[in-house]
Design a protein around this ligand. Sequence first.
Ligand code: NAD
Length: 282
Amino acid sequence: MLPFSVDLSGQTAIVTGGSGVLGQAFCQALAECGASVAVIGRNREKLDQVVQSIKELGGTAMGVAANVLKPEELRAARDTIEREWGPCRILINGAGGNRPNATTTLEFHHPGEAEVRELVTFFNLDPESVASVFNLNFLGTLLPTQIFGESMVRKGQGVIINISSMNAYTPLTKIPAYSGAKAAVSNFTQWLAVHFSRSGIRVNAIAPGFFLTEQNRPLLLRDDGTYNERANKILGQTPMNRFGRPDELIGTLLWLVDEKASGFVTGIVVPVDGGFSAYSGV
Ligand code: NAD
């Protein structure tokens, strides 16, 4: 299924959020290119499924349960992975997402909204939910980078790929925490690329357009599974007029991880979006 193949044999790759919809595609592609892939997530059953599917195709993988917001769990994961395969060479920071309770009900402020109890408005957005989305996406990228990046620096080689979003360029309505956090991820990608530029480590990000996955299902589908108004609006703003498929991120991922293909590329955020970020809507 790969668009092209690069040789990653002998390299240890770590994918956080590796049992998610996009994360799984990343794990499978890296394993197909010969990397030993450590799949990090919180749900053991889902991790086992991804590992099994990689092994069935002849790849090398292990599932390691860890929360990207818990440094002690990440350190334990690092020790387990390094004991088996040596230091991390490729880190994909894929864990992230939005939460319904950090989302306003309406797109635009409405003068009468305060009287409607069940609405989540800007004024009653729960600060803890906002913090949890912000932390998952931003700190959930920074902490694994601190912990897995240490061995990269020691070896003087490594590739880090963060996952940003269209929200980083222009925020979508309703999701201020997610949008702000992804803007921070893009900004951090540039900061870290500069910081590590003399240490042999390249840092880039992919900004996917819209892909239907677990974390955005409640925002995009009605209860009966059909596209809601927001999903149709997204499609209307996506010149290619469809959602992306996870495998359509793989060409960019492999280009960015391969030293021979992108050895002088660091600090960029690549949109993979069916034209969304190029389109003014007119
Ligand atoms: P997903 O929900 O399928 O995957 C997210 C994964 O992150 C899940 O496996 C989840 O268990 C894991 N995760 C969540 N919190 C975690 C934590 N604290 N510790 C460890 N793992 C945790 O969603 P996805 O769409 O595949 O998301 C992958 C990445 O792509 C996310 O960063 C998301 O923000 C980003 N993204 C997605 C889209 C899209 O359209 N789907 C667009 C732009 C960016």
